[in-house]
Design a protein around this ligand. Sequence first.
Ligand code: PEP
Ligand code: MN
Length: 338
Amino acid sequence: MIIVARKDIAADGLDHIRERVEALGLRTQISIGETSAIIGCFGDDALLGHVPLLSIPGVDSIRQVISPYKLAARDFAADRTTGVQVGSRKFGGKACLVAAGPCSVENEEMMKATGHAVGMQGAALLRGGAFKPRTSPYSFDGLKDEGLRILARVRDETGLPVVTEVLDPRHAELVAGHADMLQIGARNMQNFSLLREVGQLHRPVLLKRGLSATLKELLLAAEYVMSRGNMQVVLCERGIRTFGDEMRNTFDLAAIPWLKAETHLPVIADPSHAAGRRDLVAPLSYAAVAAGADGLIVEVHPDPGTALSDGDQSLDFEGFSRLMRDLKVFAEAAGRTV
Ligand code: PEP
Ligand code: MN
């Protein structure tokens, strides 16, 4: 159940509501927007039937949230402008934010070169995996701690916040100590211990859709993180497994407007993993932005031919520069900026 209050309700008014609700053993979560304040109540709603909530000063209405996800539901946020802040930038505002960088952090030199190159072209974040999930146990699986230290140094040098994957709940704090945003990869979308762990950290989370996850499962995975107190979740459509084998995955374009209607969380797209092919990255990026994506995460490598992972789908600096140039036109048509 959610209690909708006037935006100007005094802080002690909100405290009063929270105390009344929590006294019944329910948990609360408050979202303050531009036009209203929302108090989400979680637990046995029936108990609230005996509380004259509507007579509390400042309370406007009471609504039942019937979807299985509560905190992630569109109804929950007072308004969409809440967004998810990473460094000085915000996912979910007017600007589409682009995270760019290699699949894996390979060494400091290539990270610095990539950070400077993508930053100059307008990327908002630098990506790079230090802990890599690989299908084969014999493939390069990242520089781990050293990769994190490289990311932190490149962030300091370039000023770009960094997003990197956390693979294991045991590394969550370590990764959060170096990164500005924690990526939960497709293979871990339903790793519930990991979701709970990042839910307790104060770092924005980039949650990628599982290879064969429904959108409801994606939202319930977000709910795991949010129900632990971390409301800073950005969702990512990165392609799913279907019968088609011409491409690495099948990009589910319709997922973007569907999610935007269903949740207040920002939604971005990963055209690199969706297609697995460099030449498809630009068209899928334009389509995603036209469909309402709040941003993109794109793989960029100084020399894709020598990349230790995902070289086939990585853009070189020139390709990224063309992408950013042309993306502006699509963003503008969609009423957005890059
Ligand atoms: C990645 O971003 O490099 C990655 C492994 O992504 P996904 O989890 O979507 O496959
Ligand atoms: Mn990759």
